[in-house]
Design a protein. Structure first.
Length: 257
């Protein structure tokens, strides 16, 4: 059973067909790259999968459940978490607070407080702090934990987005241009880290990742499989080397260049 299957999804905005019969399948534990020219429908696809937008038609099945039309917080609670092309950090909160609020923020309610006893809440908080600090340390942001998120650079905000998504141990992550504005050395570390998350051997299996990225060399290095979108449709898919050799892709992607 695939982790995610998108079948024949259509979405129009006025006269613009952002998605025009888009279908794809993502195997559990894979890292799948999405490429395509500006306006191809990549972000719209993410918005629809994550419930921030309703499809006009088509089906979306995540982990065996039909999630088409479900609310974003319900989808997040099922373990499918997205990050944003333009980071959505809460700028008036510190870096650390952004991470500690992440579980509640992602799920849309204070789930822990609803059913845990005070002692459990304390323990949960301590665990969250530990986890937050470990993530910040890895991303080189720990020294900034008391800074307002609004004061971070664009690249640092991107990293905070990823850290926030990982606070809730997602089954699947949707990353929209995670490397834009991140310095190349750190980008490479994140890339390796994402592969580790995929390969992680625990009871949840590895995490499944879908990533939109314009940086082709990085995407090729990261992905097990790539889908190419153009004008709201998948025009090609395959292993990175197959996609790189595909003339339609070169034409769609480099068309005007
Ligand atoms: N809320 C909206 N209202 C109107 N048009 C929209 C909306 N969202 C997307 N579109 C249009 O849908 C098309 C696909 O946009 P989308 O943002 O999904 O592209 P993209 O592949 O993510 O592009 P980029 O690489 O520039 O991020 C574009 O023509 C865009 O202008
Ligand atoms: Mg986009």
């Amino acid at each position: 059973m695939p982790m995610l299957s998108v079948h024949n999804v259509e979405k129009s905005f006025g006269g613009i067909k952002a998605l025009d019969g888009c279908s794809l399948e993502i195997r559990k534990g894979a890292i799948v790259g999405i490429i395509g020219p500006n306006g191809a429908g990549k972000t719209t696809l993410f918005r629809i999968i994550s419930g921030f937008e309703k499809p006009d038609s088509g089906t979306i099945v995540f982990n065996g459940e039909d999630i088409g039309g479900a609310a974003s917080f319900e989808i997040a609670r099922k373990g499918l978490i997205r990050t944003f092309q333009i980071p959505k950090a809460l700028t008036k909160l510190t870096v650390e607070e952004n991470l500690l609020l992440a579980p509640q923020f992602q799920y849309g309610e204070r789930i822990w407080n609803v059913w845990l006893r005070p002692k459990d809440v304390k323990r949960q908080e301590a665990e969250n702090i530990k986890k937050a600090h470990a993530l910040l340390e890895f991303l080189g942001l720990l020294h900034l934990k008391h800074e307002y998120a609004g004061a971070l650079s664009g690249g640092q905000k991107k990293l905070l987005e990823i850290a926030r998504a990982l606070m809730v141990d997602p089954k699947m992550l949707l990353l929209d241009e995670p490397f834009a504005g991140v310095n190349p050395t750190l980008a490479l570390r994140i890339l390796e880290w994402l592969k580790e998350l995929r390969d992680r051997d625990n009871e949840n299996d590895g995490i499944t990742i879908m990533v939109i990225e314009h940086d082709m060399p990085k995407l090729m290095q990261l992905s097990d499989y790539i889908y190419v979108l153009n004008k709201g449709k998948v025009i090609a898919s395959g292993a990175p080397e197959e996609v790189r050799a595909n003339e339609r892709v070169v034409e769609a992607y480099l068309g005007g260049a």
